[in-house]
Design a protein around this ligand. Sequence first.
Ligand code: LMR
Length: 309
Amino acid sequence: VLRAQPRLRLRLAHVVAPDTPKGLMATRLQALLAQRSEGAVVLDVYPNGSLYSDADELEALQWGAVELLIPSLSKFGRLGTAVFELFDLPFLFADRAAVRRVVEGEWARELFEPLQRHGLLGLGFLDNGFKHMSARTHPLREPRDYRGLRMRVQPSLTIAAQMRALGAYPVMMDFAATRHALARGVVDGTENPLTNFWSGRMHEVQRHLTLSAHGYLGYAVVANATFWAHLPQPERRLIEVALADAIAFGNAMALQQEQRALQALRDDGRIQLHYPSPEEREALRQAMAPADDALAARIGPRWVRAMRE
Ligand code: LMR
């Protein structure tokens, strides 16, 4: 039985399509909250940057203009919390199980702690997947193929350092603006997990996609801390449990949607897919290694060493 008046209304903005792991997780959370509260708790979801985009969503959360966000871990550097860039280190995680070991361990608490200073509360981690490199002009096989290319990156100094190490020019830009910038030739290429590449229709504006899996893209679910502190205990518990369920669902979807996106790209046929050999991946790994030193210089070598271990 749905009530006429919701008791609690939350807003969640995000920048990608509804059929991405994050989009699906958000609508699952919406459904779980509605069902389990019998309509008393309503979550409004704004996908595709329709309410806020990368540049302003964290600020909107701090003001309380939205209650929940799920930014990629690469976007927290804007707050001056560079530790999240550890996830951007190239060739860090062998697989998703390795990611789980980090986000379900002691690290989670340590990573979320600095967010409190910014009025934010970290509630959980969500996968998207591994990133692959694309370009319009030529296949990206060897490190020297990147030389001189303008590559769109998320606002992470570590990802920028990774591109510079390859001799490319990193261009930080909102996700929402990326497809257009690729279409206009403002940037030549980019890196993405397959779900974002496909749902963002980047295969229409890029010619070559190298399945490099050189980096990881995941998210943190964050809440406005004041909002959270004022929640009545039963609602807080309801949201916590629904969130854990929605995240588990989102992680399963991340795997499924990635396979779907790959199949869809193959069927579509417009983009040329390149499968790097182990030697090519090793050459890329070596060329990108300076990104570790750049981050270690900013946050201390201890963190980088511990993360690698
Ligand atoms: C990007 O900007 O490429 C991603 O962080 C977008 C997203 O939210 O998955």
